[in-house]
Design a protein around this ligand. Structure first.
Ligand SMILES: Cc1cc2nc3c(=O)[nH]c(=O)nc-3n(C[C@H](O)[C@H](O)[C@H](O)COP(=O)(O)OP(=O)(O)OC[C@H]3O[C@@H](n4cnc5c(N)ncnc54)[C@H](O)[C@@H]3O)c2cc1C
Length: 469
């Protein structure tokens, strides 16, 4: 039995990994050169509690369950979750009513430990919150993750358990040939017994190629500002939501930076790569973020970026089955939170259908790259004495060592962004100004590549023309 999973975002990665528990051949197809570089790369990274989603939607069904599943997942795959909690802040009585509605909705959705805080309770939890706060909905279960890290970890674990990964391989269409499905890809044809389409922004077009009608996706852009302002906030802070969505937030990241955003801009369906940022929307972010947390300091800006939500008109995920194909479409927010629960249901469905048996030798554990910056002195000394390259700091901002960069290359990093998103080197305040060349030298040595052939991320994103001296 052979199963194809199309898309190595958070959804496809977790599905592929889950399949490797069973006696089945799993192959993952990803059009980009690395894992987790689609929608999963640029978003708020919040594990939502689940009070925001309309009851009886797939979002409501999967969000709080997915949130809970992340704890066990992080123990197996060794990625970081900060359970920061979240606040939805009301600034007047009208907003307080909306916050109370959210509490009711959360209870209907089965969200645990939600409660309304008074002004003083809210300020106690979040001292830097605006003094204008009147009340807030508090959810201790909300948290933040680095979403791409989860996708990488899941794929690494899936590969260790026998899955096959086809990077830089675009699936152009799916067709049926007898009982099999034929994938027409940029690297030739492949045949499978079952197909899971988790292609993010392009899942609708891929479903259409297989003759399956789904609600069309249009991108909804979210722009962000990332600040090198550690500890500006402790929790994820939302304004009271409006019809346009959850609004502009202020939140801490797992890398101890502060994130402001996202905007909510509906774009036409043909703009699925329009990740530009604009002065107009960045100004709106600043205005709204300062209303929530007056001390946000824009002089600490590290960078701006944008992500694209795979949105549809019904504002819900769509999971469409056709024989042995499953299309997961419009994985808008809270798709990241929901992903483990979606993966569990999709895999169980196919397991039952094909009566798949468990493998005896499945290893659920993925080892993370050791992080010198997070270690105590004794642990550091031990590691450095075993491998001195962990004593050579390459990225000064985030204190990433040569040992970590070499390990990232062993885990599959082939580009500068591959290293950045595995180690957090080049992620800090200097954004690689000091360490990029040092990292390129390590890549040259480890991969036997010429300097000129090293790329930032996509093909042709080479960073140097040649070596001067
Ligand atoms: C601005 C913004 C904020 C968000 N904030 C949150 C949040 O805080 N919490 C939350 O829970 N959710 C959030 N979300 C939603 C969340 O990011 C998504 O639901 C989730 O990342 C979707 O994952 P995915 O695997 O479906 O898509 P992707 O990550 O896009 O993965 C799909 C993959 O398929 C690949 N692919 C596409 N077409 C093909 C093809 N033809 N052949 C081969 N490969 C293909 C793509 O390259 C991509 O890597 C946010 C989204 C955005 C944009």
């Amino acid at each position: 039995m052979k199963i194809a999973v199309i898309g190595a975002g958070i959804v496809g990665s977790l599905i592929a990994r889950k399949f490797t528990r069973y006696k089945v051949d799993v192959e993952i197809f990803e059009k980009l050169p690395d894992v987790g570089w689609g929608v999963t790369k640029a978003n708020s990274g919040i594990l939502h509690a689940g009070y925001d989603d309309e009851p009886n939607t797939l979002r409501a069904k999967y969000c709080s369950r997915g949130n809970e599943m992340y704890t066990a997942l992080s123990e197996e795959l060794n990625f970081e979750i900060k359970r920061t909690g979240s606040l939805v802040v009301a600034f007047n009585d009208e907003e307080t009513k909306i916050v109370e509605e959210l509490l009711k909705r959360g209870k209907t959705n089965g969200v645990k430990e939600l409660r309304i805080l008074s002004k003083f309770e809210a300020l106690e939890i979040e001292p830097n919150l605006s003094r204008e706060v009147v009340s807030a909905l508090y959810s201790p279960n909300a948290g933040v993750i680095a979403p791409w890290e989860v996708a990488q970890a899941a794929v690494e674990n899936a590969l260790n358990n026998g899955a096959k990964l086809h990077l830089s391989t675009e699936v152009k269409s799916i067709s049926k040939e007898g009982e099999k499905y034929k994938l027409n890809t940029s690297k030739g044809f492949f045949s499978f017994d079952a197909v899971v389409n988790a292609a993010g922004l392009w899942a609708d077009e891929l479903a259409e190629s297989a003759g399956v009608k789904v609600t069309p996706i249009h991108p909804r852009r979210g722009q962000y500002i990332l600040l090198d302002q550690p500890n500006a906030v402790r929790t994820v802070i939302f304004p009271t939501p409006s019809r346009a969505g959850k609004g502009i937030l202020v939140l801490p990241t797992v890398h101890n930076t502060t994130l402001l955003g996202p905007t909510s801009e509906d774009l036409p369906p043909n703009e699925k790569e329009a990740t530009d940022t604009t002065a107009e929307y960045l100004a709106k972010i600043v205005e709204k973020a300062k209303k929530l947390v007056p001390l946000v300091n824009l002089s600490k800006t590290i960078r701006t970026f944008a992500g694209l939500r795979p949105e549809n008109d019904i504002k819900d995920f769509v999971i469409k089955r056709e024989n042995n194909m499953i299309h997961i479409v419009a994985t808008r927010s809270p798709g990241l939170t929901a992903a483990p629960a979606i993966a569990e249901d999709i895999v169980e469905e196919i397991v039952e259908k094909f009566d798949l048996q468990k493998r005896d030798n499945f290893n659920p554990v993925r080892k993370a790259i050791p992080k010198i910056a997070d270690m105590g002195d004794e642990e550091k000394e031990k590691l450095i004495s075993q491998n001195p390259s962990y004593g050579r700091v390459i990225c000064r901002c985030n204190k990433v060592t040569e040992g970590e960069i070499v390990e990232a290359i062993k885990n599959g990093a082939r580009t500068l962004d591959g290293i950045k998103f595995r180690t957090a080197a080049m992620f800090g305040r200097c954004q690689g100004s000091f360490c990029t060349v040092k990292i390129m030298n390590i890549m040259k040595r480890e991969l036997g590549k010429d300097f000129e052939d090293i790329t930032k991320n996509l093909p042709n994103s080479n960073v140097v023309d040649g070596v001067v001296r």
